[in-house]
Design a protein. Structure first.
Length: 127
């Protein structure tokens, strides 16, 4: 069999954080969900069974947790910071999909959340 594509995924990581434009969000905070899909070549790890040959999802989680602790006004900025930090830590990844959802947005709507999805490619891995 030939590997066509491979991803590391982390789904619905939950955090309480102080992101937001509204002053009360910066004090009381809100609950957030973060999901990631990171494209990389898992071919070597499939054969070696060595964590050093993959993107370690425990390290990815640590990065997300660290970045979620830093307050920002816009979730677009937070999502980009997370993706950038992951890309700097794992420079061989080829793309990151990140979804960051504020679970209780202060918009007066009954909803499951409001968020941002980014699809970023690592231009350094493109021929």
């Amino acid at each position: 069999m030939i590997l066509e594509d491979s991803y590391i995924t982390l789904t619905n990581l939950r955090f309480h954080a102080l992101h937001g434009v509204m002053p009360q969000e910066q004090v009381a905070g809100n609950d957030y969900s973060v999901s990631l899909r990171i494209r990389f070549d898992a071919g070597k790890a499939m054969l070696t069974d060595d964590v050093n040959d993959t993107i370690n999802y425990a390290e990815v989680y640590r990065i997300v947790r660290e970045e979620m602790r830093r307050p920002d006004r816009l979730i677009e900025h937070v999502a980009h910071r997370i993706a950038d930090h992951i890309a700097r830590t794992f420079p061989t990844l080829s793309a990151i999909n990140i979804k960051l959802v504020k679970l209780n947005p202060p918009i007066g709507a009954d909803c499951d959340g409001a968020g941002i999805e980014l699809h970023l490619i690592n231009d350094k891995t493109k021929p």
